[in-house]
Design a protein around this ligand. Sequence first.
Ligand code: ASP
Length: 448
Amino acid sequence: MPNPTPTPWYRQTHWRILAALVVGLVYGVVAALAGWSRFTADWITPFGTIFLRLLLLIAVPLVLGSLVTGIASLADLRKLSRIGGQTITVYIATTFVALVIGLVLVNVIQPGASIPESLRISLQETYETDVASRQETAGEVAERSPLQPLVDMVPDNVLGAATNNRGMLSVVFVAFLFGVALLRLPRDQARPLLDLFASLNATIIKIVEMVLVVAPAGVFALIAGTITAVSGDDPTDVAQLIGALGLYCLTVLCGLLLHAGITYPVLLRLFTPIGPVTFFRGVVQAQLVAFSTSSSAATLPVTMRAAQRNLGVSEEVASFVLPLGATINMDGTAVYMAVAAVFIAQTLGIPLDFAAQATIVFTALLASIGTAAVPSAGIVMLVIVLEAIGVPSRGIALILGVDRLLDMCRTATNVTGDAAVAAAISSGESRAMTGRPAAGIAGPGASA
Ligand code: ASP
């Protein structure tokens, strides 16, 4: 429904967040140049951490509440398997396209071919200790039985499952169990618990609104803190690093832009009446929060709000598709994994034949599904992809220095993909119900 009194642009939350982001960037650079990194870490970063925590704090109850009510609100199990099947198929298809884009770009641009030997050695020395801890984490994951991820998905304690943002898949599993059970119970028996979850949802949405009031301050602090933490008191180090790894970063960014700028608009064109401008205006706020927090889970509340308000995604679909997407659909991470794996192989002079590249597609597809929706999770899973193609995983040392920047960008792509798929599924459902695509797509200015 069109917004009767559009909010002036300068009061719209996404503009305020964007302004905070720019101010945070400028402050971060000035602080690094002026040697204020200690002051920033002591007095500014904590506010960013508090903002991030506020968002993560509501991620588990939101996934639980919205998935349970989302599933239970579907008319029957047939509808659940239809929407569930469509959602998972489209999620896998878009991730596959993302991987192909990443692979084609990295093979054409060959960013690893021009890295000098001296830089390779110095990068490996600098990040040796970081690499060891990430290899250890990934090694633990890789050494387990192939079915271990499936076992991990089933928690032995509901409350335990709810205590770990990295274990969101088990929260999704618990939500599925509850949702399906409630769907199969007689309505009068299901009602009290359904009301409880519905009320939990409404409460979370209110909390999101409250948290978003302080989003500009939170975003400023997060960005300022990240820049000073990455560059310490000498931003020229970072500038040099970005200069050396510039082509690699550009390849990842190109892949993300192509995927977001072509794949999603094509998806929307095929299944929805939403044009690219309306879509990107609708999701910009979620993209900015994703960029600042580097966490799809922390951004989930904002993505859900944007999809429903600005893209006309039905509550039924949003509450099912988006929590699932935040947990398993990581297209940006997939682009990054494809580029990073081949880049490292190129730098180390290891040729990758077609079979190795096909292995990257397969393992990165699974690894992106298994990537936790929190900062830096992607690089841990990258180790598994590298092991699968026989490239030494300590090669991640080469890219660790610029990982945070790329994490911000890939997370923004991840949430964009979730929103695009939600819009596509919602329109498809609405067409199936009424013969018309989803109504209620908000016009410009509705994204305040
Ligand atoms: N930070 C990303 C996310 O939350 C995951 C990654 O590290 O790629 O979506």
